[in-house]
Design a protein around this ligand. Structure first.
Ligand SMILES: Cc1cc2nc3c(=O)[nH]c(=O)nc-3n(C[C@H](O)[C@H](O)[C@H](O)COP(=O)(O)O)c2cc1C
Length: 312
C-alpha cells in the first residue's frame, strides 16, 4: 500500500489511511487509539448541525478530541445550508479545521429529513450545503456513496459538484444506500470519481485486510483509503498499514479503551457502550464464549478490567 502525506486545503495530514466516522463507535477513545495506531485522520461520528447550533447535550462528548484536534475531522449532518454553516462557525468547532459533510447516512430517521444520503437525490441542495459551509472558512470535505439504488453511479457527478463548490477532499463509500454496508464496493464508480476531480479522493468500503487496501487503491487509483469496521474488528490493521510501532497487544488495547472511555462517559455509560465492541474484539477467537457473556453482563468498569486482565 502506497503511503503518502496528503494536503487537504491548508492542512497537511501525515498519511492517507483514515479512520471512518462510525456512529456509536468512533468516539474519543477509539479515535485516540487509532491515531496512536497511525491513522492519518480520524472522523467523529455524524453530529447534528442543528444540535450544535442549539446546544444539544451530547455535543461536547461527541466532539471531544483532547490533544488530537489536528487529526480529527468533525462530521456534520444536516440539509439546511444555514444551519450547516452556523454549525461550522459555532464555538464548539472553533479548534477544528476540517469539517466533513455527511451525504451517505442511509438510516431512515436521517434520510426522511432530507439529510445524509437523501442529499444524493438533490444535487442542487447538496451544492448549496457545500457552498454555504465553505463560506465559514473551514476546510470542508464531503463523504458520499455511489448512489441510492443498485445500478446508480453518481459519485463522479457529486465529486465534481463538491470540488466546484470549494470542498477540499471527497470520500467515496463504494456502495449505494440500498446496500447499506454489505457487498463488494463499486471500484469502477470510485475510479470514475477519482479521475473527474483534482482534489484528493479517498476510497472506502470493505477494507478488512492489507490486501483489501491494496486492491482498493489498485482498482480505483484513489489517493487513500478510509477504514470503518475493519479498524474496530482488527485494532492493529491501521498500524500495519502505516508501519506504526506501538506498545499494545489485544489485552492492553482493550484496557486502554476502557481507560479512555472513562474520560468521556460515566462509569455506567462506558460499561454499556463497551458491550457493542465485544463481538468485534473477540471475532474468530475460540474458547471465549463465557468471557464474552461475562463482559456483556459486567456492572462497571472495574469488573470489565478484571475480566479482561484474567481472560484475554
Ligand atoms: C455502525 C456504523 C455506523 C456508521 N456511522 C457513520 C457515520 O456516522 N457517518 C458516516 O459517514 N458513515 C458512517 N458509517 C459508514 C462508514 O463510515 C463506512 O462508510 C462504511 O461502514 C463502509 O466502510 P467499511 O466497509 O470499512 O465498514 C457507519 C457504518 C457503520 C457500520
Amino acid at each position: 500500500m502506497q503511503l503518502c502525506e496528503l494536503t487537504i486545503g491548508n492542512t497537511q495530514v501525515r498519511n492517507n489511511i483514515f479512520l471512518a466516522p462510525m456512529a456509536g463507535y468512533t468516539d474519543y477513545a477509539i479515535r485516540k487509539l487509532q491515531i496512536d495506531m497511525g491513522a492519518g485522520l480520524t472522523f467523529t461520528e455524524l453530529v447534528s448541525a442543528k444540535g450544535l447550533v442549539f446546544g444539544g447535550k451530547n455535543n461536547n462528548t461527541l466532539i471531544y478530541s483532547g490533544d488530537n484536534k489536528d487529526k480529527t475531522a468533525v462530521q456534520l449532518f444536516g440539509a439546511d445550508p444555514y444551519y450547516m454553516r452556523s454549525a461550522c462557525e459555532s464555538d464548539y468547532l472553533r479548534d477544528f479545521s476540517i469539517i466533513d459533510i455527511n451525504m451517505g447516512c442511509p438510516v431512515p430517521k436521517v434520510y426522511k429529513n432530507g439529510e445524509g444520503s437523501a442529499l444524493l437525490k438533490d444535487i442542487k441542495k447538496a451544492e448549496s450545503v457545500v457552498k454555504e459551509c465553505v463560506k465559514s472558512g473551514k476546510t470542508i470535505t464531503v463523504k458520499i456513496r455511489t448512489g441510492l439504488k443498485y445500478g446508480d453511479d453518481i459519485a463522479s457527478e457529486y465529486a465534481k459538484m463538491a470540488e466546484n463548490s470549494g470542498a477540499k477532499l471527497i470520500t467515496v463509500h463504494g456502495r449505494v444506500r440500498e446496500a447499506y454496508y454489505s457487498g463488494e464496493p463499486d471500484y469502477k464508480a470510485i475510479e470514475k470519481a477519482k479521475h473527474s476531480v483534482k482534489i484528493p479522493v479517498i476510497a472506502n468500503g470493505g477494507i478488512f485486510t492489507e490486501s483489501d487496501a491494496d486492491k482498493m487503491l489498485e482498482q480505483t487509483g484513489a489517493d487513500g483509503v478510509m477504514i470503518a469496521r475493519g479498524a474496530i474488528a482488527d485494532p492493529f490493521l491501521i498500524a500495519r498499514l502505516t508501519n506504526t510501532e506501538h506498545k499494545h497487544d489485544l489485552k492492553s488495547y482493550i484496557l486502554e479503551h476502557l481507560t479512555l472511555s472513562s474520560k468521556i462517559y460515566t462509569d455506567h455509560t462506558a460499561t454499556v457502550e463497551f458491550r457493542k465492541f465485544v463481538p468485534y474484539y473477540f471475532k474468530g477467537i475460540s474458547g471465549v464464549k463465557d468471557l464474552k457473556l461475562a463482559l456483556c453482563k459486567a456492572n462497571d468498569l472495574q469488573e470489565l478490567r478484571e475480566l479482561i486482565e484474567k481472560g484475554v
